[in-house]
Write a new protein. Structure first.
Lengths: 152, 484
């Protein structure tokens, strides 16, 4: 027996539909309202521009006391995102606060695409390339965006 | 032609007060003025084409230097104090040969040249007087730049290195602007007066609403003829109003006043929504019904003045465009001056083109939107302002952690403490660990009990349940039979 959906999740979902964040969408699954299909556009001016990235988002039972779990489904060349799509972002871990929401977290992820941080890497190989030969790394990121992150 | 007709009709039929109609822009008369300017210029032999031709740069490869330019509307009186009204005198400035007064262009008809020469002579006589006024009308132009441009000139023009500008005053053009300027002053005055009146109305309405929604203790209800349920209907009414703004869109994506047509549609749909949800019918007392009507009437009034101002702004734009087209004098210059003088009338950005409200209408929409939100809508507190950031429901037993302004439910704070959280969710200060009973904000609690009696009761039940759950485990509160 599943617990009834907390009011907060209902409210957040409603607001995501009625006032969507530009460049971001999150759609809950019909059979599980805690599981969302997320789509984030690569921010303009970054090497992910023009890309459309799919993510999955799950709200654990403890939400909002613990952060949502988020993973990239689309392959992406980024120093803070590993091969499995896991994301290294402080607000998804230690700096989570229950006042944060799905929309703010997704915005943070979009911002992370605009500002890769190779100093705090999750994907060592990418971060190394990013530090040693940034133009080459950016070129690869563009290529991957063209290769994997296009609208189907 | 069509617009002028529509404009007249709208002015006459839309039920504007007499006094407003007096300050409306006289489109028809202004159009006549334009015709006069046109004639006057033709008399001078300067039809639109000629002026257009003269205004063109001499040669594409050369630096664009027009022979004729409208030097705009210099003020005859130097504006040393703001109170002195500047006088705009539209003038044509034409480059002519200094000695003969022949215009430096080959393509002019001899007739035009003649009249221009006459003007130049005239000019010489007046030059002295102009100098006396501290203003040199004749600007000598020397230099090689001119010589090089002479290659294209008519053989009639002697190869002099001297040329000068003569000024052609256009009296009918002046009367055009003379007519337009005071109208704008009147419109501005009207806007101010109406805004003041509307502001007073808003205050009145605020009082009326306050009177109606003032929460009362039980027992006083009958005496004060006020039902506490009314509070809920007003809240619902205003919530709908805030969610569907009628005059002004405050959202990031689409900021700005709506056009009159849009605003009217929005108000109509708002009215329909109220009727559909039966909110009007649910208002209990006659006072409440009166206040509701007052609220609606005020909206209609705002709409009316918006419409009037929008029409005038449109008339203004059209007439200046016509002026430009017919005379090729740059009315745009005049427009620029007006923009600095009446920033509210003609916003410099071309917002009107993208479908927002224009001119005074925009500023009225904005002012009234702000006025209504601060003086009337704020009287009825909305639930969203009292949501706990953690559970996004009304903060029951509101706790203020003392670090920031946020209010949390006591239940959420206890939960956070159970989870070992240390920092405030909104401002990150280390206050959650230290929170205790003294952090309950009793003032806010009283306020909530007063204004949200139904929500408080519901939250109280939720809280009791959650508290039992915490004490005895989840199964304790599950509905249904439980055999111990």
């Amino acid at each position: 027996m599943t617990a009834p959906l907390p009011k907060r999740i209902i409210k957040e979902t409603e607001r995501l539909q009625s006032e969507p964040v530009p460049g971001i969408s999150a759609q809950p699954h019909d059979d599980n309202a805690r599981y969302f299909d997320v789509m984030v556009e690569g921010p303009g001016g970054s090497c992910y521009e023009g890309g459309i990235f799919n993510l999955e988002l799950f709200l654990p039972d403890d939400y909002p006391m613990c952060p949502p779990r988020i993973r990239f489904l689309t392959r992406i060349y980024h120093p803070n995102i590993d091969r499995l799509g896991r994301i290294c972002l402080d607000v998804l871990k230690n700096n989570w606060s229950p006042a944060l929401q799905i929309r703010t977290i997704l915005l943070s992820i979009q911002a992370l695409l605009g500002a890769p941080n190779p100093e705090d890497p999750l994907n060592e190989a990418v971060a190394k390339q990013w530090k040693e030969n940034q133009p080459e790394a950016i070129r690869t990121a563009r290529e991957w965006t063209k290769l994997y992150a296009q609208k189907k | 032609m069509k617009f002028g007709h529509e404009y007249q009709k709208a002015l006459a039929n839309e039920g504007f007060p007499e006094q407003w109609r007096g300050s409306a822009i006289d489109y028809k008369y202004l159009k006549k003025c334009i015709k006069k300017v046109h004639h006057e210029m033709e008399d001078l032999g300067l039809d639109a084409n000629t002026i257009h031709h003269l205004s063109e740069p001499l040669d594409d490869t050369m630096k664009a230097r027009p022979i004729v330019r409208l030097d705009g509307f210099y003020s005859a009186a130097q504006p040393h104090l703001d109170t002195i009204v500047e006088e705009f005198t539209p003038q044509l400035r034409i480059l002519v040969d200094a000695k003969t007064g022949t215009p430096l262009d080959a393509t002019l008809t001899s007739e035009t040249k003649q009249s221009l020469r006459k003007l130049a002579r005239h000019e010489r006589i007046f030059a002295g007087r102009q100098a006396h006024l501290g203003r040199h009308a004749v600007h000598e132009i020397h230099g090689n730049a001119h010589d090089s441009s002479d290659g294209r000139k008519s053989p009639l023009t002697t190869e002099t290195s001297d040329a000068k500008w003569i000024e052609v005053p256009l009296s009918s053009a002046r009367s055009f602007f003379d007519l337009l300027a005071p109208k704008l002053d009147q419109l501005e005055e009207l806007r101010e007066a109406e805004t003041r009146k509307l502001e007073a109305d808003v205050l009145n309405l605020g009082d009326a609403v306050e009177d109606v929604v003032e929460p009362v203790r039980e027992g006083f209800e009958a005496k004060r003829d006020v039902s506490y349920r009314d509070l809920y209907f007003w809240r619902e009414m205003f919530r709908l109003y805030v969610e569907n703004p009628v005059f002004y869109s405050p959202t990031e994506q689409n900021r700005g006043g709506f056009t009159y047509a849009d605003a009217r549609k929005r108000l109509e749909s708002y009215d329909q929504k109220l009727r559909a949800t039966g909110l009007y019918a649910k208002l209990k007392t006659p006072q409440a019904k009166r206040a509701a009507k007052q609220f609606f009437d005020l909206n209609v009034d705002i709409l009316k003045i918006m419409h009037f101002q929008e029409m005038n702004a449109q008339a203004m734009r059209k007439i200046l465009k016509k002026f430009d087209k017919r005379t090729h004098l740059e009315g745009k210059l005049f427009l620029k001056t007006l923009q600095t003088k009446y920033p509210a009338l003609l916003p410099p950005s071309n917002r009107s083109a993208v479908g927002g409200a224009a001119g005074f209408a925009n500023s009225i929409a904005r002012d009234m939107h702000a006025e209504l939100s601060s003086k009337v809508l704020s009287i009825v507190p909305q639930l969203d302002d009292w949501n706990c950031p953690v559970c996004m429901d009304m903060a029951w037993r509101p706790v203020n952690l003392g670090c920031c302004q946020s209010h949390f439910c006591i239940r959420c704070v206890i939960k956070m403490q159970d989870d070992g959280m240390v920092r405030c969710p909104t401002c990150n200060a280390e206050t959650v660990v230290m929170a205790n009973g003294t952090n309950i904000d009793f003032e806010a609690m009283d306020f909530l009990e007063k204004y949200f009696p139904m929500e408080v009761k519901r939250r109280q039940r939720d809280n009791e349940k959650a508290s039992l759950e915490r004490q005895y485990g989840e199964a304790f509160t599950k509905p249904g039979c439980l055999v111990m």
